[in-house]
Design a protein around this ligand. Structure first.
Ligand SMILES: NC(=O)c1ccc[n+]([C@@H]2O[C@H](COP(=O)([O-])OP(=O)(O)OC[C@H]3O[C@@H](n4cnc5c(N)ncnc54)[C@H](OP(=O)(O)O)[C@@H]3O)[C@@H](O)[C@H]2O)c1
Length: 403
C-alpha cells in the first residue's frame, strides 16, 4: 500500500501497521510533535527507504501499545506524520527473465533457480496462462508482451536487471522486431531499470557491418539501447549448435543435401550460452558494452555432414548448387513444407558464413565457464549419440522465421 503523507512523502505501508488505528488525542499530539521535528529520509537502495523521526519515538511506541491493547485504529493519513522508524520491505525485483518459456531463457531460469534466492528473480511470458507453470515451482511470474507497452510498464516497474531475450517474432519482418524491441527499451527507460542484458546475434562478430536481415534488427536494437541512456550489455550469443539441422536443412531421412554456399561457423552450445549469460548477469559489470559468446572452434557444412555420417553410420551426400537452384528446388522437395522465403534466408545465412561473418570467436565464454566451451564437432556428435535422429523443430522454426 502506498500512503501520501501531509509532508508529501510517499512510501509503502509497513506491514506491522497495517491494522488501522482510531485517532486519539495522544496520536494527534504525536502528529504535531512529529511534523514539528526533523525528518530524515535515508535511501539505501531505491527500494529501501528509512524514515526516521528520532525525537518522537516515544509517541510511536505509545500509539502501537494502544493499537495492540485496545484494538483501535489510526486513519492512514495520520500514519506518515507519526514519529517512527520504518524500514520498508524491499520492493525491487533484482532479476526479471524474459523468454523464460523458451530455450535460452529457460536454461537461464534453471541456473537462477539453482543459484539465486527465489525472492530475487521472476520469470515472464507473453501468455498469462504460463503463470501456473512457474508459480507451481515457487518462481515469481510476471506477464509481459513486447507488443503491449501497458504490460511492459507494469512488469518492469521495479526491476533492477532485465534479461531481455530478443523476440522470436517473424524475423523477416524487421520492422515488427524493431517495434517490439523499442517497446521494451522504452518501458525499461521509464521504469529506470538499472541494467538491461540483451541477447543479440553474432553475425559479423563484434563489428556492426553485417547485412543479414536478422542481424540488422539486432543492430538496430543495440543502437536503441545505446541511445536510451540505460545501462546495457548486448550479449551476441553464438549460433546454436543444437540448430545445425536447420542450417543444413537436414532431416533424419535426408540422403542428399544441397547447399548454396559453405563457410565456417562458430556453432556454440545453447546450454553453455545460457550458463554464461546467467553468470554475466549475476556477476555484473560489462556496462555499456557489446560482448560475444562463442565456442573456440568453427565447423563447416561439409564437416558437419562428415560428423553425421561418422556418428550415425549414414551416407549423407552434400552437393553445392547455385543460390537460384537452391531457392527454386527447396520448397518443391522440402519434407517440412517450408516456404521459398525460408530458402532465401538460408542463402543469405550461408553467404554470410562464406564471407567469414560467423567464424569470429571470442575467449570470454571460456573465461566465464572456466574451461573450454564444447567444440562444435563434439557437440554435434553428442547430440547424435543421444538421438541419432536429432532435429531442431524445423517446422516451428519456419513459422518463427516467417510468421
Ligand atoms: N543464437 C542463435 O543461434 C539463435 C537462434 C534462433 C533464435 N535466436 C534468437 O534468440 C532468442 C532466444 O532464443 P531461444 O532459443 O530461447 O528462442 P525460443 O525458444 O523460440 O524462445 C523465444 C522466447 O521469446 C519469448 N517471446 C516471444 N514473443 C514475445 C513477446 N511478444 N513478448 C514477450 N516475450 C516473447 C517467448 O516467450 P512467450 O512465448 O512465453 O512469450 C519465448 O520464451 C530468440 O527469440 C531469437 O531472437 C538466436
Amino acid at each position: 500500500m502506498t500512503l501520501n503523507s501531509t509532508s508529501s512523502l510517499t512510501f509503502s505501508s509497513p506491514p506491522i501497521l497495517s491494522a488501522r488505528l482510531a485517532a486519539t488525542p495522544l496520536l494527534s499530539a504525536a502528529q504535531l510533535v512529529g511534523t514539528g521535528h526533523k525528518t530524515q529520509i535515508l535511501r539505501c537502495r531505491s527500494s529501501h527507504r528509512i524514515l526516521f523521526m528520532k525525537e518522537a519515538l516515544v509517541f510511536q511506541a505509545i500509539a502501537l501499545v494502544i493499537a495492540i491493547v485496545v484494538g483501535v485504529s489510526v486513519e492512514a493519513p495520520i500514519l506518515p506524520a507519526l514519529p517512527y522508524i520504518y524500514v520498508s520491505p524491499p520492493v525491487t525485483m533484482r532479476y526479471l527473465i524474459t523468454g523464460a518459456t523458451g530455450g535460452l531463457g529457460g536454461h537461464i531460469l534453471e541456473y537462477f533457480i539453482a543459484q539465486i534466492p527465489f525472492s530475487d528473480f521472476a520469470a515472464s511470458s507473453s501468455s498469462p496462462e504460463n503463470r501456473s507453470r512457474f508459480e507451481s515451482r515457487g518462481v515469481n511470474f510476471r506477464h509481459l508482451d513486447y507488443e503491449n507497452p501497458t504490460t511492459l510498464n507494469r512488469a518492469l516497474h521495479d526491476v533492477e536487471n532485465l534479461l531481455f531475450i530478443s523476440t522470436n517474432a517473424n524475423v523477416i519482418d524487421v520492422e515488427k522486431v524493431k517495434r517490439q524491441h523499442r517497446n521494451v527499451v522504452e518501458a525499461a527507460r521509464k521504469a529506470n531499470v538499472k541494467h538491461v542484458w540483451y541477447t543479440s546475434l553474432p553475425f559479423g562478430g563484434l563489428t556492426n557491418d553485417s547485412e543479414v536481415s536478422v542481424q540488422r534488427a539486432h543492430l538496430a536494437t543495440e543502437k536503441m539501447l545505446k541511445e536510451s541512456g540505460l545501462t546495457f550489455t548486448c550479449i551476441r550469443e553464438g549460433i546454436y549448435v543444437e540448430g545445425f539441422p536447420l542450417f543444413l536443412n537436414w532431416y533424419p531421412e535426408t540422403t542428399l543435401l544441397t547447399l548454396p554456399r559453405d563457410g565456417e561457423i562458430a556453432f556454440t552450445s545453447r546450454v553453455e550460452l545460457a550458463v554464461c549469460t546467467a553468470r554475466l548477469m549475476i556477476q555484473g559489470g560489462f556496462e555499456n558494452r557489446i560482448v560475444l559468446l562463442t565456442a573456440g572452434e568453427t565447423i563447416t557444412a561439409k564437416e558437419l555432414v562428415s560428423v553425421i555420417n561418422e556418428t550415425t553410420g549414414r551416407r549423407v551426400e552434400l552437393r553445392y548448387v547455385s543460390p537460384d537452384e537452391f531457392v527454386d528446388a527447396g520448397p518443391r522437395n522440402d519434407r517440412g513444407g517450408k516456404s521459398r522465403a525460408f530458402f532465401e534466408t538460408l542463402v543469405s545465412l550461408w553467404e554470410s558464413a562464406a564471407s567469414g561473418e560467423l567464424r569470429t570467436m571470442d575467449g570470454l565464454m571460456a573465461e566465464i565457464l572456466g574451461r573450454v566451451p564444447i567444440p562444435p564437432r563434439d557437440a554435434v556428435r553428442q547430440l547424435l549419440v543421444e538421438n541419432r535422429d536429432h532435429t531442431w523443430h524445423q517446422i516451428t522454426i519456419s513459422v518463427f522465421l516467417f510468421g
